[in-house]
Design a protein around this ligand. Structure first.
Ligand SMILES: Nc1ncnc2c1ncn2[C@@H]1O[C@H](COP(=O)(O)OP(=O)(O)O)[C@@H](O)[C@H]1O
Ligand SMILES: [Mg+2]
Length: 261
């Protein structure tokens, strides 16, 4: 479904990603793990065509169902974003407009991408919020972002991202700002979405416990390069790479327990 071929990204002269290759099949969950600055966010932003600052893809190609995303015009990309590829951020409350209700933003988001009326968009929003196991969703629709907890905001963010049934969901540390219990609930809900809609997910996390829990494939990154990749069994139990092992040494908990095979 998605293929990154030999992608190199530079910010000015500095290489942030070097000959990066990966592929994601439909319904697959791939995690990118690695210390801060290893290039994880750069991968996600390169896919979206939204590199920050002077970021540029200087080599390679990114294909979504055999179509090069790099050859698309900005207008074509805008249509793709949201509809085919959606994104969840670390802190959805920072992305939502603070002075508008969740409902008005959700309805506007749906109507920007689809030709539907207000009523239909409201109904769809409610359904998506319910799918994220939020209670009293009518009330949430009338709330402002600051009136919701961090976990609720993330669920709203995921509900919006999933409302257009994207084939690929990009998530950049979506649980790192949350407490452990909420983190585990959100991870499980993302896995539920993945199963229900066969959405491919790229999960960026510095938490190898989360990566191991949810992923079909784990890519370990450092300094813009892939250090190692494999399924959870290979990475967790058979890695001989020193860097991976150092990440494993600091493996945080998922569900209050150390993740064990
Ligand atoms: N807008 C930017 N301008 C210049 N350098 C950047 C910018 N964004 C990221 N970088 C650099 O690119 C490298 C990878 O960063 P990033 O993808 O954010 O890593 P991660 O998400 O793994 O923490 C880092 O060295 C970082 O300093
Ligand atoms: Mg990052």
């Amino acid at each position: 479904m998605l293929k990154m071929q030999d992608v190199t990204v530079r910010y000015d002269d500095k290489i942030a990603l070097e000959h990066f290759c990966c592929s994601i099949k439909q319904g697959e969950i791939v995690s990118l793990v690695g210390e801060s600055g290893s290039g994880k966010t750069t991968v996600i932003r390169a896919i979206l065509g939204l590199l920050s600052g002077n970021g540029k893809i200087t080599e390679g190609d990114i294909l979504l169902e055999e179509n090069s995303l790099l050859k698309m015009t900005e207008k074509e990309m805008q249509k793709f974003r949201g509809k085919r590829i959606a994104m969840i951020f670390q802190d959805s409350s920072a992305v939502l407009n603070p002075i508008r209700t969740i409902g008005s933003q959700f309805v506007e988001y749906l109507r920007y991408h689809e030709k539907i009326g207000e009523k239909e968009a409201w109904k769809r929003s409610i359904e998506m919020l319910e799918m994220m196991h939020l209670a009293d969703v009518e009330n949430i629709m009338k709330s402002y972002p600051f009136q919701l907890s961090g976990g609720m905001c993330q669920r709203v963010g995921i509900a919006m991202a999933m409302s257009l049934r994207p084939m690929l969901l990009l998530a950049d540390e979506p649980t790192s700002a949350l407490d452990v219990t909420t983190q585990s609930q959100i991870v499980k809900q993302m896995m539920e979405i993945n199963r229900k809609y066969q959405t491919g997910i790229v999960m960026v996390t510095h938490n190898l416990g989360v990566a191991a829990y949810m992923s079909d494939k784990i890519i370990v990154m450092r300094d813009g390069k892939i250090i190692e990749e494999g399924n959870r069994e290979q990475i967790l139990h058979h890695s001989v790479n020193e860097y991976t092992r150092s990440l494993l040494g600091a493996i945080p908990t998922m569900d209050g327990e150390r993740y064990v095979g």
